[in-house]
Design a protein around this ligand. Structure first.
Ligand code: ARG
Length: 456
């Protein structure tokens, strides 16, 4: 016998079709719930200002709705909000809860909006909050790297190209390089934040509504930089916003992955430059001697996953006709997981760097005479020889190279005498500026949210 169709807010639907189309939304949307409450509050505040007769929502009714949305937001944060399969998603769940608790006025809140602009605004609110938090987490890791770099600024370490010993370098230079990489990666995170900082509300299903909705007011209520200018674009940017965030996350993860690979390599017994804190390694069930660099290996793997999530989101968007398509729903899991993974990776690496040990003897043992070959050629240049001749001379006499004190070799190229910069203060200043800007951003948005939920 055919299964009985399930009655939902948006029609009678075959239960298998409902389950298939709803997918993971009842679980995934829990993470968007607090943002759905805020977005709904802004929309209701805007509806209360509409100059239409009869009013869609009276100011006193809007205040009741917004008060209830504040309660719902707290419930969502405490994990007490439940989305049923019949709700389909958080949007209809919030509408159902408002109607159950407040009666008929709940049936008015969806006036002039669609789940399309609703989910888009939820994701953007979520993205801004999470990108700010991620920026602070990346800044904390950069700070830890710079602390480590300062502690070991001039501790010699062989610089490698093709993994082969190349030139004298230092632990400080190595670590600070990753701090600067993170700072530059944060430029792409900043760009993703700016992309997310537009309010799609009022675009509704993507074609606007015949109501004088003040979109600039809604945008201001949620502390967005501006509403989207074009309503079709507001809708089409769904999925792209997620892909752009994932793109920025992919860049951060790429840095973490290369750093992890360096640590895996340089902490293996054959190198032994670094000692991973034992509490960051897991052992083997059979081999008693093992301390494996699992955290670093998983970061390497998760980098591939996040890059793949970015590619998958682009793939979903690529062939879509303009306007909303249900395909977009599948960008949500990619986006949410990518953010969670990247933030967790930044946090665990900061802990690891704070506990990382160096092995001076092993670092020094890595220096072979060949590491000084280029410096020797340049010393000949200083005596007046053309570089190409000096290069050829040293190449022909490699066995005559002296072992130089690596500290002296490093000193010869730091400061005004060379291009190696072991002054990390400018990087520390960049981290501080990034932190200040992010905290300011958070203050501005959080103040707007409090104002929105507290008053009307
Ligand atoms: N859960 C849906 C999504 O994530 C919400 C939007 C549904 N819109 C629609 N026209 N069916 O895309």
């Amino acid at each position: 016998m055919a299964k009985r169709a399930k009655t939902t807010l948006v029609g009678k639907i075959h239960p298998d079709v409902l389950a298939f189309t709803v997918g993971q939304d009842p679980v995934l949307d829990l993470e968007l719930a607090e943002w759905d409450c805020l977005g709904t509050a802004a929309h209701v505040a805007t509806l209360a200002r509409l100059r239409v007769r009869p009013p869609v929502i009276r100011p006193a009714e809007a205040r009741r709705v917004i008060r209830e949305l504040a309660v719902l937001r707290d419930e969502a944060r405490a994990g007490r909000l439940v989305i049923t399969a019949a709700d389909q998603d958080v949007h209809l769940a919030v509408e159902r809860l408002l109607t159950t608790r407040l009666g008929d006025v709940g049936r008015r809140v969806h006036t002039g909006r669609s789940r399309n602009d609703q989910v888009a605004v939820d994701i953007r609110l979520h993205a801004r909050e999470n990108l700010s938090a991620l920026t602070l987490e990346a800044a904390a890791l950069a700070t830890e790297l710079l602390r480590f770099a300062r502690r070991h600024a001039r501790l010699p370490m062989v610089g490698r190209t093709h993994l082969q010993p190349a030139m004298p370098s230092s632990v400080g230079l190595w670590a600070a390089g990753y701090a600067e990489a993170l700072l530059d990666d944060l430029l792409t995170v900043e760009a993703a934040y700016a992309y997310a900082d537009r309010c799609p509300l009022g675009s509704a299903a993507g074609y606007g509504v015949p109501l004088p909705i003040d979109r600039a007011f809604t945008a201001r209520a949620l502390a967005f930089a501006a509403p989207h200018h074009n309503v079709i674009y507001a809708s089409n940017a769904r999925g792209k916003c997620e892909a752009i965030v994932l793109g920025a996350l992919g860049q951060v993860m790429l840095t973490l992955s290369r750093f992890s690979e360096d640590l895996i390599l340089y902490s293996m017994p054959e190198f032994g430059y670094f000692a991973l804190p034992p509490e960051f390694c897991t052992g083997s069930s059979i081999m008693p001697q093992k301390y494996n660099p699992d955290v670093l290996e998983l970061i390497r793997a998760k980098t591939a996953v996040v890059l793949g999530q970015g590619a998958a989101a682009c793939g979903i968007v690529k062939g879509l006709a303009g306007g909303y398509n249900r395909d977009l729903q599948d960008t949500k899991a990619l986006y949410l997981d990518g953010l969670r993974t990247t933030r967790a990776s930044l946090r665990i690496l900061r802990l690891l760097v704070a506990a990382l040990d160096v092995r001076r003897d092993r670092l020094l043992a890595g220096f072979t005479p060949g590491v000084f070959a280029t410096d020797r050629a340049l010393a000949l240049v200083a005596g007046g020889r053309p570089f190409r001749d000096a290069y050829q001379y040293v190449r022909d006499h490699l066995d005559e190279l002296d072992t130089v004190d690596p500290r002296a070799a490093l000193a010869a190229k730091t400061g005004r005498r060379g291009t190696v910069n072991l002054d990390f203060a400018p990087l520390r200043r960049r981290v501080a500026a990034m932190q200040r800007q992010t905290l300011r951003q958070q203050r501005v948005t959080h103040r707007a949210f409090t104002r929105l939920l507290g008053t009307l």
